[in-house]
Unconditional design. Structure first.
Length: 484
């Protein structure tokens, strides 16, 4: 092993430098998670010393003069030598890359809370459209943070419990049960990936559509070639007739063919996404509100960049439109457009869990991190605790597979467990159910033993012992158990 000698003035590394050689898993972790990448996803750093130089130089950029920047960079670089001081992983990965990523590892996103308003309720209890809008606003924050390499904690207690009546019934149920339609243009680079994935269980609750237009019909009529593309970048070329046959006669579930010129008359609600995370989550919200009104939404993913495309701003690769369709399936499971009552908070958490584990790729190599929390007084807390039970057929969790889970346990609940008294679940000031507190405790312990979830977070202690507890309401922790 060779190691580069560093001095206070050494803030850059040239191609000839040698350093600590990391082998095996150490080398893989360094390359995958921390080394700077080029547009092709290839590592631009071979040794951790190169990373240290990059980070030290970047952190010193806040100094006002060149001399102070050089001095600060050298001093900080010496702290990093031989791993005497190791900054957080997001700092090592992002500092000095020029990419729009976060330097904090974890964050907390509220759902409906207003920390700037001292008169706002500490735990708002939302229903209907208001609940959905608050959830998707928070989901938009979560998605953006995760895409920039951060983890997120969310407390879902503000959302309605299973069985809560849906009072806004105007139009709801007029078409019976409805399902969203996910669509991709016949010319998109990922079309064959879409067709290969159409029978995936992750898309079982949505309908599949391919959007076609005059150009494709002409190619079929003339027995011409058809080239898939995105933003002028050509992809696979096939015979248009062969593609038509696959679209109309393929095995498995049927594919809806939608003429691009008559999208609006055919569907109650049509939404064309833009190539941005914000637009994608807006599309999820749009579909959720359409389902709530009893309408059939069609969401067009054709503007999204294909799977594996480089994303310069975050130094990562695109998940592609198909992966972003998976959360839409979770939206469909939340609401069938017909039921007179809410399906409960587990469905909301499943949407966030799906984005975390099935959709977002951080830096092209890892999935996001989500901590889902629910207060011990919420009527759905027992469903939440048991949501991760293992399916005997698949050996995998039934739901919420891609999130950590914790119950926000109060001192009152722990006292009730010890005293073996009753514990009430409430919603909007009304007692929905009362059960023995020690029975709830048994459910928590059994689930934790079998699935390692949920954890317990004692929120009152966190509030009372926090340095900032005198001016802020602490509702949640992030996946690392800290709070930002």
């Amino acid at each position: 092993m060779t190691t580069k000698k560093t001095t206070a003035a050494s803030t850059t590394v040239d191609d000839a430098v040698t350093g600590t050689i990391l082998e095996g898993y150490r080398g893989k972790v360094f390359t995958d998670r921390y080394a700077r990448k080029n547009a092709a996803g290839e590592s631009m750093e071979t040794y951790p010393e190169q990373m240290f130089d990059r980070v030290a130089t970047a952190i010193a950029e806040v100094e006002p003069t060149k001399r102070k920047r050089e001095t600060a960079a050298g001093e900080f670089r010496d702290l990093l030598a031989d791993f005497k001081f190791v900054p957080g992983g997001r700092i090592l990965s992002g500092a000095g890359t020029g990419h729009e990523v976060v330097f904090y590892n974890c964050f907390v996103c509220g759902i409906g809370e207003d920390p700037t308003n001292p008169n706002a309720p500490r735990v708002p209890q939302l229903e209907g459209v208001e609940a959905r809008q608050a959830f998707f606003a928070s989901l938009k924050q979560m998605t953006d943070i995760m895409s920039r390499s951060g983890g997120v904690g969310m407390n879902f207690t503000s959302l309605p419990a299973k069985g809560t009546p849906i009072t806004e019934q105007d139009g709801r149920g007029r078409n019976g049960k409805v399902r969203p339609v996910v669509a991709l243009h016949v010319g998109h680079t990922d079309l064959f990936r879409f067709l290969d994935d159409k029978d995936n269980p992750l898309l079982a609750n949505v309908d599949i559509a391919v959007i076609v237009g005059p150009a494709f019909h002409d190619a079929v009529s003339n027995d011409a070639d058809w080239t898939l593309s995105w933003e002028g970048q050509p992809g696979e070329t096939v015979k248009a007739v062969a593609l038509w046959e696959r679209l109309t006669t393929s095995d498995g579930r049927a594919i809806q063919l939608v003429n691009e010129e008559i999208l609006y008359p055919r569907y109650d609600a049509y939404c064309a996404l833009e190539d941005s995370r914000e637009s994608i989550v807006d599309g999820l919200e749009y579909a959720s509100l359409a389902l709530y009104r009893g309408e059939t939404p069609i969401v067009d993913y054709s503007a999204l960049r294909p799977h594996g495309a480089y994303i310069k701003t975050v130094n990562g690769t695109s998940s592609g439109p198909i992966a972003w369709m998976y959360p839409m399936d979770a939206v469909a499971r939340l609401d069938d457009g017909c039921s007179p009552v809410e399906s409960g908070i587990v469905g909301y958490i499943e949407i966030a869990s799906t984005i975390t584990g099935k959709t977002i790729i951080q830096g092209g190599s890892r999935r996001g991190a989500l901590m889902a929390m629910v207060d011990d007084t919420h009527p759905d807390v027992l469903d939440f605790i048991q949501a991760k039970r293992i399916d005997a057929a698949t050996g995998r969790p039934v739901m919420i597979e891609h999130a950590n889970m914790s119950v926000a346990a109060s001192d009152a609940f722990m006292a009730a467990v010890k005293a073996k008294t009753g514990w009430s679940f409430t919603w909007k000031g009304e007692v929905v159910d009362t059960v023995a507190a020690d029975k709830v405790w048994d459910v928590i312990c059994t689930a934790a033993w079998t699935t390692a979830e949920p954890g317990l977070v004692f929120m009152e202690r966190s509030q009372n012992q926090a340095n900032t507890g005198y001016y802020e309401s602490i509702r949640c922790v992030n996946p690392c158990g800290g709070r930002n």
